[in-house]
Design a protein around this ligand. Structure first.
Ligand SMILES: [Zn+2]
Length: 648
């Protein structure tokens, strides 16, 4: 079983698709597992009238929607006034100090440490070098020359550097510079020193990537062109080193064959280290495309790709606003995955995958755009590509490792703090330039932190820890750059798309549920004649085709207007059977589609296996006598595309 398939099992592909009134969808429905979501839906539904009338969430939503409208009309000041009403000032502030470059800017004790360390270097006295430098940097990390001097000392005296470092302190020149760059990522001198240190260790690809990252993130800096050139120079060095390695092993001429071998493989097959190197030599975009093509094929086989054009266009539209500002031309492509986990990732070359859970779990278009711009930043800054290039995959040419593992290496693991910070910086910069509220990414992290309460984590959080420090860092970034928090939030369209995903088609007689408060319940007594029994009811129906049996087995009447039926899918065939919950429906005799909320633990039924699910039918009375005159329709997404119609 492939790692990715196991992963999918682990997150329990648990798409809950259903309808409810728009008032319930203000992002408050987010829960990580299916069961609690279903419960939450029920609880929310019971209190929907109260919510609709005076929930602060509703009025916040309406204020944001109004502000968005003004913003789109170009009435920016009026929009800002409204945004400010519901977006309070940041409570925290980034405590990072501004960098200083001159010894004279240091307080007295700092100047003494600096003098001592320089004397120590001249006199070749280790004890006089490292201790003063450590004191200098722990008290005045903003003094850039201090980091550079410590790196220089570590380079000259690697043993003393290591033995003088306390726990948690950098133990060699490169580590010293990495820590400094993390603190001051926009300092060109620190970065040049880091690139030099990387090149010295023959880590040319990393050197190239680090240089291009700077040129991409700080495109307006005077040093940007210089870093472009450094990037190019180190990329050439990387290529010739790879070529030399291959030539040394006498297999260079077969590289092209390796690429062909790779491209014919599928998701589960293994690839050798040699094939991986061949692919890496073709470059980042080609490599990403090969992996993305296989992944897409795998998702298709599992019936996990959402094809709804409105949802796809929405995601593509957001991507289209961000792409031209990202700084690298890729063949961007977007895929929406039917997975309720809040997650998104981008493969090298700009292939972007977004779970429906990420659309449902964000509060606005700006938050979703923040997630996308952060993920695209990882791809643009070559973080995943770099990991494969450094990994065990290429360490032994004959190692055979499944493609899915390579994918895990790229996007399934936590990135370094430095990589995260870079993606935050670039992501937020692009978000601001694209005209979205610049705190989209910051808000997403704050929202997820608040919702998880530090316990339950979404899949995105498991690879993206967001301690308060990170939120504060983003706040500092927004403040110091004067990014605009009071730009487009995009709540209305976002909610319409959420409703669409949950199967809430706007009916003919009402506007989209998202944009209006719930109707008041009808006055007077409910009609006692049609009032049905409540509680558990007996009902049975089924259909078997080609060893697939779908049957309805029991149900529950919840109210005058809602009931739930249980269904079971049994797969007695020798192949997996999958269906798309989004296209499962309940129709009347005249073919009218009813509002439903559809849930199942899984959408895929393995050969010989079975699954259980529920369909809640809303706005429809239960008929206590005889048939309901309805039909449950379930469409297969695997191979044959069979349609099962079960009248009940
Ligand atoms: Zn990240």
């Amino acid at each position: 079983m492939s790692r990715v398939f196991q992963l999918a099992q682990a997150v329990k592909l648990s798409l809950i698709l259903g309808m409810t009134t728009g008032t319930l969808l203000l992002g408050s429905h987010l829960k990580v597992d299916a069961e609690s979501r279903t419960t939450a839906h029920r609880q929310l539904q019971n209190t929907k009238v109260k919510l609709a009338q005076n929930s602060p969430a509703i009025s916040r939503f309406q204020t944001l929607a109004e502000a968005d409208e003004l913003y789109q009309k170009g009435q920016l000041q009026a929009a800002e006034n409204l945004y400010r009403k519901v977006k309070p000032d940041f409570a925290t502030s980034d405590r990072r100090r501004t960098a200083i470059y001159e010894v004279e800017q240091l307080p007295g004790d700092g100047q003494v440490y600096w003098r001592n360390a320089n004397e120590g270097l001249q006199q070749n006295l280790d004890s006089k070098i490292f201790l003063p430098l450590q004191l200098l940097l722990s008290n005045y990390p903003e003094f850039i020359k201090g980091h550079l001097l410590l790196a220089e000392a570590c380079d000259k005296k690697p043993e003393a550097c290591k033995s003088n470092a306390k726990d948690g302190q950098p133990k060699n020149a490169l580590e010293v510079l990495e820590r400094a760059v993390e603190l001051y990522p926009d300092d060109p001198e620190l970065l040049k020193a880091k690139i030099k240190a990387l090149a010295k260790e023959q880590r040319f690809l990393e050197a190239s990537i680090a240089a291009r990252q700077f040129a991409t993130i700080y495109v307006d800096y005077p040093e940007a062109p210089e870093f472009e050139k450094l990037a190019e120079k180190n990329l050439q060095r990387h290529h010739s080193k790879l070529n030399d390695d291959l030539r040394f092993q006498g297999i260079f001429s077969t590289v092209v064959g390796g690429v062909k071998a790779f491209s014919t493989k599928d998701w589960q097959s293994g690839v050798s280290g040699f094939e991986t190197i061949s692919m890496l030599l073709q470059g980042e975009s080609a490599f990403g495309k090969e992996v993305a093509d296989k992944l897409v094929k795998q998702y298709q086989q599992e019936g996990k790709l959402l094809e709804d054009p409105q949802v796809l266009n929405y995601v593509r539209g957001i991507g289209g606003r961000l792409e031209p500002l990202m700084g690298r031309k890729f063949d961007y492509e977007y895929y929406v995955i039917q997975d309720s986990a809040i997650n998104a990732f981008a493969l090298p070359g700009g292939k972007v995958f977004v779970n429906v859970g990420a659309i449902l779990g964000t509060n606005s278009e700006a938050e979703l755009a923040g997630l996308l711009s952060h993920e695209i930043s990882h791809a643009v800054l070559s973080h995943g590509f770099q990991r494969v290039a450094q990994s065990q995959f290429i360490s032994g040419l004959s190692n055979v490792i499944p493609i899915s593992n390579m994918f895990q290496e790229m996007v399934g693991k936590e990135y370094s703090r430095e990589n995260e910070r870079q993606a935050d910086i670039l992501g937020t910069r692009v978000l601001n330039k694209a005209g979205y509220a610049a705190d989209g990414l910051r808000n997403l992290m704050a929202t997820l932190n608040a919702k998880s309460g530090g316990k339950e984590q979404t899949s995105w959080q498991s690879t993206h820890p967001a301690p308060a420090e990170r939120v504060a860092y983003l706040e500092g970034l927004i403040k110091s750059n004067n990014y605009n928090r009071y730009a487009f939030e995009g709540v209305k369209k976002h909610q319409e798309i959420q409703n669409l995903i949950q199967g809430i088609a706007p009916s003919q007689d009402s506007k989209p549920a998202a944009s209006q408060p719930a109707k008041k319940p009808p006055k007077g007594k409910p009609n006692s004649i049609t009032k049905p029994i409540r509680g558990i009811v007996a009902i049975a129906a089924g259909l078997t085709r080609d060893n697939i049996e779908i049957r309805i087995d029991g149900g529950k009447v919840e109210s005058d207007r809602n009931f739930t039926i249980n269904f079971i899918v049994e797969n007695r065939s020798d192949r997996a059977f999958a269906f798309v919950p989004l296209y499962a429906e309940v129709v009347t005799e005249s073919g009218k589609k009813l509002k439903t909320r559809f849930s199942s633990a899984q959408a895929q039924v393995p050969a010989g296996g079975s699954i259980k699910g529920e369909v809640q039918v809303l706005g429809q009375s239960w008929n206590s006598q005889g048939s309901q005159n309805l039909t449950l329709v379930i469409k297969e997404s695997t191979g044959g595309g069979r349609i099962f119609r079960i009248p009940f």
